[in-house]
Design a protein around this ligand. Structure first.
Ligand code: BES
Ligand code: MN
Ligand code: ZN
Length: 517
């Protein structure tokens, strides 16, 4: 899909020949001196059009415009959320239509708010996206050309470019998350990552290193390996790095860590059959990291970013991890596995330890970690946890700006009580109460050396039901965060005074790590 940004008023947009012209009509409506404005005023007066977000009035070959179809759509207060609702409603017919190949969206009636162009572009990309990879007769996306027509007082070229990159990233993430588990194994994900590095356009900026079972064993990632031991499918540990130019080569990078469980059966603590297919989406965190690197390859900002993806299947089997088993993580901490279905944290903890070697500015992990997070926040906001006030604020602000929302949940040390074990340093599950928080507390123990944030995307990474499919979230949030986060984060002393921070790995295990790492 090709986007074009034009600055013109509504009168000029109405003169563009196209299949469909979409005009956003906000409250209050201030008519311009053109015929479409007159039409809108008449329709509003007659009660045939409302400015409520998403209300539409469609016209066929109206005399007031060159387009075959004119869709007037209510844009509410023209907030970013209302713009998204308006575009989604106006364009929902586009996906199934064989007629709409080029579309013009006029934002000329809206106040020129920061993010409006981006919100409109992301919404049209989202509704027109179609998954095709494993269909024998794929219906290709017919929408080819989207013109975004804005008033043009404000310079939105930068926002437009970022939105284009963001959309490429979101669609890359959707593609990989949507692929069934037999078409998206750890090996396939590693190939996707290598593809990003080897594409001739990116060769100089993105590098990729893929570790297999042998290398991972040598690093001492006992926790990650334990999850993978029940499957025939070999694990992969993917290390991606984006370096915008030599000037940022030795700067402290932001590190993204994505949970890459390509299928989560629960292991010996087997999940029930209903909706188990959706556990192919359990690598959505990994997909979002790949998506961000795709976006970086398009936008080419002058920053440094590292992406880490521990990826494997979680399967039952004769060699599978058993409830009660005690395993040793790369950090040296021992873990009693009380439930093999709490596997995400077991692969992430070793990646969080591996992240230390980059002396990161900040580490953000992204994971479809808990059903409890879905109960807490539903499908609107991702769960955010952080050991740094500063980082939490920045991520929340990035999510607001990108309309990819999150909400901070607490990390009080008392929540860690639930993870006490009689047989190891820590158990991998607490009770049912506060399940999203106890999962985050588990990760917290492994993220003591840098500012860290954890995004639980269990409720936001995909949709269930008739529109089952990946959302590409939180690529927009992450991209926005990385682009804003140019100045050093401060990790205050008070942020550090947690029990987890005080816990020291056992010396013997530490020396193993040194020789191996
Ligand atoms: N991948 C799941 C989390 C999940 C569940 C995401 C449902 C989206 C929808 C994760 O590995 C898991 O199974 N978590 C368990 C943890 C429990 C055993 C403490 C859960 O949430 O039930
Ligand atoms: Mn699980
Ligand atoms: Zn899982």
């Amino acid at each position: 899909m090709n986007f074009e940004l034009l600055s013109m008023d509504l009168a000029a947009a109405a003169q563009l020949p196209c299949d469909t012209l979409v005009v956003l009509v906000p409250t209050p409506f201030k008519p311009q001196a053109d015929e479409v404005s007159v039409l809108i005023q008449d329709a509003l007066d007659a009660g045939d059009l409302e400015t409520k977000p998403g209300k539409i009035l469609s016209l066929y070959r109206p005399l007031q415009a060159q387009a075959d179809r004119l869709i007037l759509v209510g844009a509410g207060t023209a907030s970013l959320a209302h713009i998204r609702t308006a575009i989604t409603s106006a364009c929902s017919g586009v996906k199934g239509s064989s007629k709409v190949k080029n579309l013009v969206i006029s934002l000329a009636l809206l106040p020129e708010t920061q993010g409006a162009v981006s919100a409109a572009m992301n919404a049209v990309a989202d509704v027109s996206y179609a998954y095709t990879t494993t269909k024998s007769k794929p219906e290709p996306r017919l929408l080819r050309q989207v013109v975004v027509a804005v008033k043009g007082g404000k310079d939105v070229a930068g926002e437009f470019k970022q939105a284009q990159a963001c959309i490429a990233g979101v669609e890359f993430a959707k593609e990989w998350a949507n692929r069934p588990a037999n078409h998206s194994t750890p090996t396939h994900l590693a190939q996707a990552a290598e593809g990003l590095a080897n594409s001739s356009k990116n060769a100089s900026k993105i590098t990729c290193e893929v570790l297999g079972p042998k290398e991972v064993a040598k690093l001492g990632m006992g926790s990650f390996m334990a999850v993978a031991q029940g499957t025939q499918e070999p694990l992969r540990f993917i290390v991606l790095e984006y370096i915008g130019s030599s000037s940022v080569k030795s700067s402290a990078p932001n590190v993204l860590v994505g949970k890459g469980i390509t299928f989560d059966t629960g292991g010996i603590s087997l999940k029930p059959a209903s909706e188990m297919d959706e556990m192919k989406f359990d690598m959505s965190g990994a997909a979002s990291v790949l998506g961000v690197f795709k976006a970086l390859s398009v936008l080419k900002p002058n920053i440094r970013v590292v992406g880490l993806i521990p990826t494997c299947e979680n399967m039952p089997g004769g060699r599978a991890l058993k409830p009660g088993d005690v395993i040793t993580s790369m950090s040296g901490q021992t873990i009693e596995v009380l439930n093999t279905d709490a596997e995400g944290r077991l692969i992430l903890c070793d990646a969080l330890t591996y992240a230390e070697r980059f002396k990161p500015r900040a580490v953000v992990d992204i994971a479809t970690l808990t059903g409890a997070c879905v109960i807490s926040l539903g499908n609107l906001r991702s769960g955010l946890f952080s050991n740094s006030e500063d980082l939490a604020r920045q991520i929340t602000a990035a999510g607001d700006a990108a309309q990819d929302l999150c909400w901070r949940l607490p990390l009080d040390d008392d929540y860690a009580e639930a993870l006490k074990s009689n047989f190891a340093d820590v158990a991998n599950v607490g009770g049912r109460a506060g399940g999203a928080i106890t999962a985050a507390k588990f990760l917290h123990r492994f993220a003591t050396k840098y500012p860290w944030a954890h995004l639980d995307i269990a409720g936001t990474a995909w949709k269930s039901g008739a529109n089952k499919g990946a959302t590409g979230r939180p690529v927009p949030l992450l991209l926005e965060f990385l682009l804003r986060n140019q100045t050093a984060l401060t990790f205050t002393a008070s942020d550090k005074t947690t029990e987890a921070a005080k816990a020291k790995p056992k010396p013997s295990a530490k020396s193993t790590r040194k020789t191996a790492g």
